[in-house]
Structures are given as structure tokens and as C-alpha cells.
Design a protein around this ligand. Structure first.
Ligand SMILES: NC(=O)c1ccc[n+]([C@@H]2O[C@H](COP(=O)([O-])OP(=O)(O)OC[C@H]3O[C@@H](n4cnc5c(N)ncnc54)[C@H](OP(=O)(O)O)[C@@H]3O)[C@@H](O)[C@H]2O)c1
Length: 322
């Protein structure tokens, strides 16, 4: 079935997959705040996206105008290293099921969320969209990255062969309220917020950060990402992938110092060089996003303070173990 372009407006029926996650939750909130009235959600327990038949039946029945794919199996270096089969299998299954079912159900707009880890480990910096598949991936998360590359290629293939209006967006590292603070599976920023908070509470005189502290990373507040997704949902209908980032990076040491300041940690910062650093630098080139009319607003300093305030208020219900 070839889909015809239908403008997205506040009456469009939009399914947000993964709405209980960091990204899906922020996108749902942004859509609600912008007056979208017909928002469709299903929890993982109600609809397992790795199962093909229920996904097809659900989209066939609901026939949304748009689908935003923010469900995925996500995690940091440790989780990727220890559960490679789950990372590649679950992500391939989920995205293949939902892309194919959305096409079959005549969905007019599909938004696929990838990640900056799709790019080669030693990409020139900042990373342009064109660098995709120009070199070897970072081995610690290649399972996840290969699945995400397959997802964006599937969107492009369905656009070319069936005229399916799918776009693929590649966010940098995200953070914000609702993040995963479980130390076994979380990303660096929420893991450090939790570790600095706990070290401050205990009155520790030092805290050891994984790796040398020298890798450079870019962080984007998830509310900025959500605004970008809604903007491109409405305005972008083309095959090329689009990076979504802040446009500047910091070293892990600088990040740790900002979090130490936000949490009031007074001890010494140590760096455990026996732990892996991952990619030396990862900064997205965001000129395509800028040319499409979007600029993020929340600075890293403000975002860390806001996220730490949220974490303290939600110690009882934050994702501390997953
Ligand atoms: N977080 C980042 O820094 C970041 C950076 C770049 C890109 N992204 C992209 O953003 C997307 C979402 O990431 P996130 O950080 O929001 O992850 P998250 O917080 O872990 O949320 C993922 C969501 O997917 C759901 N899910 C997982 N397996 C499912 C299944 N089999 N069926 C149905 N739902 C399932 C989860 O539900 P349960 O919790 O109930 O399992 C959860 O609601 C991913 O595509 C990711 O690549 C994230």
C-alpha cells in the first residue's frame, strides 16, 4: 500500500510506542502540551512489540495517522556487553514488526528513533549523517547499533519500494526526568547522578568514575529531543536520516564535575582507567537539524540541576533497579 502525505495536526491519531520510557514519555508529554488530542499508547505488558501478530492486529484495528517508535531495549556499556543477544534480537524484532505492520495498516507518517552509536567508532568529528557505514562500529555496543542501522535502512527501503512515509532520527546521548538510574543498565549521566547523590549522602571522601575521564560526549535534554521529534513529525518527509544533538560536547571529567557541583559532593574525583572508555569522542553535526528549523534550548548545567531535582523528588518511584 502506498501512503499519501497527510498533514499532521492536533486531531491526528498518533501512537507513541514506548511511552513509559525516557524518550516516549517526553514525546507524549510534548504532544499533550501542544494540544494533540488523539494519543494512543500501550504498555509493554499490554502489547509486546517483539510479537508480530498482536502488533499487526493492533495497528490494523487502530489505524493511526502516525506512529512514533520510541520503544527499544536500551542500556549502557555493561548491559550491552553482558546481554548482546537480547540487544540485537529484541530491537530487530520490535522495529521490523512495527515498521511492517504500520506500512500494512496505511499509517501516514512513521518516526523511527535510532541513536548516535550507529556511526563508526573513529568517525571524523562532528559526525555528519553521511558517515554512516564508513567504518567499524564501537565493539561495546555493536549489537544494538547493528539493529538500529537495520531499522533506519528498513525505513528507507519501505519508502523506496512502497512509498511508506518513514523518517529516521538519530539522537545523541539523552538525559532528563524519568531516566534509568539502575547502575547495571544505565547511561553515564544518570548513573553519575545517582552515584554522586549516594556518595554525598554517605559523606564519602572520594568517588571513582569509570574510565580515564578524557572521552568527550554530547548530552541533550530529553525535552529538547521531544520538541525536535514533534517538529520533524510535522515538517520533515524525506529519506535522509537526521542527527538530533546539542551541538557541543564535554569531557567525562567536566560532566562529573558538573554533577558533583549539582549534588553538593565535596570529596575527591578519581578515574578508574582499568574500566573501558568507549568511543574517544562522539559529537553530532547538527547542521541538517538546524536547516530544518530546530534548535535545542536547555543547557547541560540547567538540565543536570533539573534532573537531579527530579531524582531527589522521585527516589521512591525512579528506575533504580530494572
Ligand atoms: N536514552 C538515550 O540516551 C537515547 C539516546 C539516543 C537514542 N535513544 C533512542 O530512544 C529510544 C527510546 O529510548 P529510551 O531511553 O526512552 O529507553 P527506555 O527508557 O528504556 O524506554 C524504552 C521503552 O520501550 C519499551 N519496551 C522495551 N521492550 C519492549 C517490548 N518488547 N514491547 C513493548 N515495549 C517495549 C519499554 O517498556 P518496559 O520498560 O516496560 O520494558 C520502555 O517503555 C530508543 O530507540 C533509543 O535508541 C535513546
Amino acid at each position: 500500500m502506498t501512503t499519501t502525505l497527510r498533514p499532521i495536526n492536533q486531531d491526528s491519531k498518533i501512537y507513541v510506542a514506548g511511552h513509559r520510557g525516557l524518550v516516549g514519555g517526553a514525546i507524549l508529554k510534548a504532544l499533550q502540551q501542544q494540544g494533540y488530542r488523539q494519543l494512543l499508547v500501550r504498555s509493554h505488558a499490554d502489547l509486546d512489540l517483539t510479537e508480530q501478530s498482536p502488533v499487526r492486529a493492533f495497528l490494523e484495528r487502530e489505524r493511526p495517522d502516525a506512529v512514533i517508535m520510541a520503544a527499544a531495549r536500551v542500556g549502557g556499556i555493561h548491559a550491552n556487553n553482558t546481554r548482546p543477544a537480547e540487544f540485537i534480537r529484541d530491537n530487530l524484532l520490535m522495529q521490523d514488526n512495527i515498521i511492517d505492520a504500520a506500512h500494512r495498516a496505511g499509517v501516514g507518517k512513521f518516526v523511527f528513533l535510532g541513536s548516535s552509536c550507529i556511526y563508526p567508532k573513529l568517525s571524523p568529528q562532528p559526525i555528519k549523517e553521511e558517515y554512516l557505514l564508513s567504518g567499524a562500529l564501537e565493539p561495546t555496543n555493536e549489537w544494538y547499533a547493528v539493529a538500529k542501522i537495520a531499522g533506519l535502512k528498513m525505513c528507507q527501503a519501505y519508502r523506496r519500494q512502497y512509498g511508506f512515509n518513514a523518517i529516521s532520527l538519530m539522537p545523541t546521548n539523552l538525559y532528563g526526568p524519568g531516566d534509568n538510574f539502575d547502575l547495571q543498565s544505565s547511561h553515564v549521566l544518570p548513573a553519575l547522578i545517582r552515584r554522586f547523590h549516594e556518595a554525598t549522602q554517605r559523606g564519602d571522601d572520594s568517588l571513582a568514575v569509570w574510565g580515564t575521564g578524557t572521552p568527550r560526549r554530547e548530552f541533550l535534554h530529553v525535552e529538547d529531543l521531544a520538541e525536535a521529534v514533534v517538529h520533524l513529525l510535522k515538517t520533515y518527509d524525506d529519506e535522509p536520516i537526521v542527527n538530533i544533538g546539542w551541538g557541543e560536547d564535554v569531557t567525562i571529567r567536566e560532566l562529573a564535575e558538573m554533577i558533583a557541583a549539582a549534588t553538593g559532593f565535596k570529596g575527591r574525583l578519581l578515574f578508574d582507567a582499568s574500566k573501558p572508555d568507549g568511543t574517544p569522542r562522539k559529537l553530532l553535526d547538527t547542521s541538517r537539524l538546524t536547516s530544518l528549523g530546530f534548535r535545542p534550548k536547555i543547557t547541560l548545567k540547567d538540565g543536570i540541576h533539573q534532573t537531579y531535582a527530579w531524582f531527589k523528588q522521585h527516589l521512591a518511584d525512579a528506575r533504580l533497579t530494572v
